[in-house]
Design a protein around this ligand. Structure first.
Ligand SMILES: [Zn+2]
Ligand SMILES: [Zn+2]
Length: 428
């Protein structure tokens, strides 16, 4: 045996597994669940720890190629591993944007060296220009299964309709960043009391709601699947809930900051609290939380968006975005599990099972014979977020100084321990 995890609380909503047991691993596979004795190359006492299928973050920006002073595929993957994440889907707004098989190959080849599963989406329109559609067949042959112009909306609704129509036959998942730029009109934080008090231009929630409604209408008319990125408003939640009830094939995601914080954080005039869409109001925050619990929102993602400290220094001019891979599980455990809102199984659904299902990837399960891909965490570990200790190249976290309860301890991918908290703390 290569590895035995002793006395781990294994939880997998897909198989119904939810008990303290041992897990034995050999040649990358789970070979036994049950009493495994203690004879293996490595035996880890996991008393008090949970194991869930490795987390999958289907919305990250690794800035590679082209903007690697912010992040690269290796540092992004290091952040993922430290957060219990074994699979990521990269957004295509690198430099150049990922819209050709050549760029896809560069990303996937580099990703293959990280020890975790790195996938990339590609653009809907060439260079995210909003102009012509990309060559989806060529991109598909290069290994792409999802397309998006994330960072921007596809402003021309007819082009979006065409991409959705093609997705019905080419099997690609279309992901939409819902933001009407004319309504946004240069706004930098949520439009409301806080933007008024600060005297800065606001981002009207109608900007998000309007495009969410447009995308669900287009998907319904084509019989296509649409995935709505980073839902932040109660309006979007209501539109998606109604569309799902009507049988529209719509799925969606949100990020921990949207169910943890509100725009009151912006009173600090600190650009580390600025992202797109922005932190909203308590009414929105509560609606996002409710939608996670009732199944309207399918996935928790991070929208991990690294920016250099110099870029984030000016509150008004800083680019939007926050890092999140190393705090996502902790924030979710703290807010939802310790907040008494849901159990570990539901969190595994939101962070591990559903993202793979939405993207049509094979499920990762905790069962005998399955490839061993696990996030092992201590649900009771208390820790405070110190940005300088993050593995990401950029430190623009919205959770700086926050104390969380719960943290990834071991991350295992293809049977190999790719992150070990104790070892990591000795090195860094
Ligand atoms: Zn986006
Ligand atoms: Zn994004």
């Amino acid at each position: 045996m290569d590895l035995i995890l002793k006395n781990v609380h294994a939880a997998d909503p897909q198989t119904g597994l939810d008990c303290v047991t041992d897990i034995a691993v050999k040649d990358g596979k789970i070979v036994k669940i049950g009493d495994c004795g203690g004879s293996a190359e490595r035996v880890i006492d996991c008393t008090g720890l949970y194991a869930v299928p490795g987390l999958f973050d289907m919305h990250v920006h690794f800035r590679d190629p082209g903007l690697t002073y912010k992040e690269d595929i290796f540092t992004g993957a290091a952040a993922a591993k430290a957060g219990g994440v074994t699979g990521v889907l990269l957004m295509p707004n690198s430099k150049p944007a990922c819209d050709t098989p050549k760029t896809v190959k560069y990303i996937l080849d580099k990703g293959a060296q990280t020890g975790i599963n790195v996938y990339t989406s590609a653009c809907i329109t060439e260079g995210m220009s909003g102009g012509g559609l990309c060559d989806y067949e060529a991109l598909k042959n290069a290994g792409v299964f999802a397309i998006t112009d994330d960072g921007r909306p596809v402003e021309n609704a007819e082009l979006m309709r065409q991409a959705l129509e093609l997705s019905v036959t080419n099997g690609m998942t279309v992901l939409s960043h819902c933001e009407d730029l004319k309504i946004i009109n240069g706004g930098i934080i949520n439009k409301g009391e806080v933007s008024k008090a600060l005297g800065v231009k606001g981002m009207d929630r109608a900007s998000e709601d309007y495009i969410t409604a447009r995308e669900t209408a287009l998907a319904a008319s084509c019989g296509a699947h649409i995935h709505i990125c980073h839902v932040s408003t109660y309006g979007s939640v209501n539109i998606i809930r109604a569309a799902k009830r009507d049988g529209v094939n719509v799925t969606c995601e949100t990020a921990p900051h949207y169910f943890t914080y509100t725009d009151e954080k912006l009173y600090s005039r600190d650009a580390d609290y600025r992202m797109s869409p922005p932190l909203r109001t308590e009414k929105d925050r509560a609606a996002i939380e409710e939608a996670l619990l009732d199944g309207t929102i399918d996935c928790i993602i991070t929208d991990h968006a690294p920016h250099a400290a110099e870029e984030k220094a000016d509150f008004l001019k800083a680019p939007n975005g926050v890092v999140g891979l190393e705090t996502s599980l902790a924030a979710t455990l703290t807010k939802l599990y310790h907040g008494g809102k849901c159990g570990i199984g539901k969190i595994a659904e939101l962070m591990s099972v559903n993202p793979r299902r939405v993207l049509g990837l094979p499920p990762v399960k905790i069962e005998e014979g399955a490839e061993c891909e696990l996030c092992i965490f201590d649900p009771e570990a208390e820790w405070t977020v110190e940005p300088e200790k993050l593995h990401s190249k950029s430190k623009n976290t919205v959770f700086k100084g926050e104390t969380f309860k719960g943290r990834a301890v071991y991350t295992i991918c293809r049977g190999k321990i790719v992150f070990d908290r104790k070892e990591d703390e000795n090195v860094t």
